[in-house]
Write a protein that binds this ligand. Structure first.
Ligand SMILES: [Ca+2]
Length: 250
């Protein structure tokens, strides 16, 4: 009976292998702690983008298009046209990080062409003299800029943008080691020192997908914010969770 219930909800013999193929395996998910925003876009319709973390960091979309099937990474996702589509999330203390607060941000994107040089699938302030953090996913390179009110630090995921495939970008801000670490497709890139970096709190700038001044052109899926620094082990679990997630959504 237990087996039948498991089989009916999980299809345990189906497993995504990361190379576009389906193989055999399980669906067990490893719970990652500290998630303060989980936006999987599986709402699939309407103008509200919900948050599954329990912290109520929901948002409202303007013009972006719900997509599913092979156009989404998992379940449903949102396509932004690079012209006037955007999502603005609610202002929330749980998305503000001061000088003592480590945090991590994880996104998945699919880009075919660019809107410009600094397309931003995600932005929460950033850019001197503002404070905050972003993803700059345009024609120049794929980077994050993290800022206090005095300076910018650029963290590079890849110097040549990767087109025509799903990619994962995880930004880790570790206030203990004083490093900003990019992970591109779960592989650690070059860390930058954030020694002396001030607070990134920006209580007037909501988290946005496809910032109106730097529109993003492409699909966005599975955005997560963690109120802690993810470790290399967490990164392995995030990668495996996403593969196993396809047991449920494809
Ligand atoms: Ca999704």
């Amino acid at each position: 009976m237990i087996f039948l219930l498991y089989a009916s909800t999980c299809h345990p013999q189906i497993k995504y292998q990361g190379d576009g193929k389906i193989g055999r395996g399980g669906c067990h998910q490893v719970a990652l702690t500290g998630q303060v925003m989980i936006v999987d876009f599986n709402d699939g319709s309407g103008s509200v983008v919900s948050d599954k973390s329990g912290y109520g960091n929901q948002g409202r979309l303007t013009g972006a298009t719900w997509v599913g099937g092979d156009s989404a990474a998992y379940g449903m996702a949102l396509y932004f046209d690079g012209v006037d589509d955007s999502v603005s999330m609610a202002l929330s203390d749980t998305l503000e990080f001061d000088t003592s607060a480590s945090f991590s941000v994880s996104i998945m994107t699919y880009v075919n062409t660019f809107a410009g040089s600094w397309d931003m699938p995600l932005e929460k302030g950033s850019g001197y003299p503002a404070s905050g953090w972003d993803y700059e996913w345009g024609a120049t390179s794929q980077t994050s800029v993290i800022s206090d009110k005095f300076s910018d630090t650029t963290v590079t995921f890849v110097s040549q943008p990767v087109l025509g495939q799903w990619v994962s970008g995880v930004l880790v801000i570790n206030r203990t080691t004083q490093l900003a670490i990019p992970y591109f497709n779960y592989v650690q890139g070059t860390a930058r020192s954030i020694r002396g970096l001030g607070s990134m709190v920006n209580a007037t700038r909501p988290l946005a997908f496809s910032l109106p001044s730097y529109h993003y052109k492409g699909v966005l899926d599975d955005v997560r914010v963690y109120a802690r620094a993810l470790t290399p082990l967490d990164m392995d679990n995030e990668r495996m969770n996403r593969k196993r997630h396809l047991c449920y959504t494809k």
